[in-house]
Design a binder for this molecule. Structure first.
Ligand code: 5GP
Length: 318
């Protein structure tokens, strides 16, 4: 399928690149790197993200070139959608009228585009973008390597998640060779938190609950306001619940401005949380997934908790 993607790219000149709303490290890193790789191939490439670049990824090369918009304002020969399972999840109007190329590594990825390159064996979409550059004989610059390394680092949970293999480290090695600086990237991603995020963490931890191998916590809109937090500050907080000894699955509920809840689901590996997120219209990976649910919190929590059961003290999915 990589050949077909390159074939379609070769036949076109002007590209829009995008990913899902509320982009994570793989979405931002892959889209920025892919845009630059296309430019190296002599193409025009505009990166458009409906929510823009989260502050922790602002230090990434090319982040200042991202257009923040909920609509496509020009005509493109094709739109390349990375790390995203539908046009709808980009929250960008006007993509449908374009030729669509979908590149994704999620196990819940869907073939919604004209060309669909889906590879759940890739540790991140960034791994696929690296392969794309190599197949196209594009040399990886230090800037592109920085974007791809950041994507791999964050999407593997700092090389902790199940999909982290020998191949992941070989990729990381290639990216470091190409100029990515692991310690500088880690400083930017993990050691540059705003004060509001730490205060929000305090609130989340005061709402922590446990039942056997399952832990969950939540954040209300009031708590977000009280701590001056923004949505991006919630990223990664679920891992504090997963970090508890004996916990297999952690859930994090955060109230949104419209009263609905975003739910992050994380697993240490025995339980496939993507299968649970999919029941509520979400998706992701076996160990890291998400979905949106109607409130109130008590109903949303109950509906998700009901998906799990305990058998001889072991957590199972119904
Ligand atoms: P997070 O909990 O950090 O928002 O998301 C964890 C993983 O699940 C990411 O790979 C993200 O792309 C995916 N994910 C989160 N929410 C959704 C959703 O509503 N739909 C789909 N398909 N994937 C999601």
């Amino acid at each position: 399928m990589i050949d077909e993607v390159l074939n379609q790219i070769g036949r076109r000149q002007k590209f829009l690149l995008t990913s899902h709303a509320r982009p994570d490290g793989d979405a931002v890193g892959s889209v920025l790197a892919c845009g630059e790789i296309l430019r190296s191939m002599g193409k025009q490439a505009d990166v458009v993200l409906s929510d823009g670049v989260p502050y922790i990824y602002k230090p990434l090369p090319f982040s200042e070139t991202v257009v923040v918009s909920p609509t496509v304002s020009a005509d493109y020969d094709a739109a390349i959608i990375l790390e995203c399972d539908s046009v709808h999840r980009t929250r960008i109007e006007g993509l449908e009228r374009h030729y669509l190329i979908n590149i994704d590594h999620h196990s819940t990825a869907r073939p919604f585009a004209h060309v669909n390159w889906i590879d759940p064996s890739a540790c991140a979409t960034a791994e696929m973008i690296f392969r794309l550059a190599r197949e196209a004989s594009v040399k990886i610059s230090p800037e592109v390597a920085t974007c791809l390394y950041t994507a791999v680092l964050t999407d593997t949970g700092s090389f902790c998640f199940n999909g982290t293999t020998e191949r992941t480290f070989a990729l990381a090695q290639e990216l470091v060779r190409a100029g990515a600086e692991p310690s500088r990237i880690a400083q930017n991603v993990y050691f540059a938190n705003p004060y509001s995020k730490m205060r929000l963490l305090g609130s989340a931890l005061s709402n922590l609950h446990r039942d056997g191998e399952l832990a969950w916590m939540f954040i209300s809109r009031d708590e977000m306001d009280r701590t001056d937090a923004v949505d991006e500050d919630t990223e990664g907080l679920v891992n504090y619940a997963l970090a508890i000894e004996g916990i297999e699955v952690a859930l994090f509920f955060r109230e949104q401005a419209d009263g609905r809840y975003r739910v992050s689901l994380r697993s240490k590996g025995r339980i496939n949380v993507a299968s649970v997120a999919e029941r509520f219209g979400g998706g992701g990976h076996e160990c890291a997934s998400g979905c949106a649910m109607e409130g109130p919190l008590s109903v949303a929590t109950e509906r998700i908790l009901m998906q799990f059961r305990l058998l001889d003290g072991k957590l199972l999915v119904h």
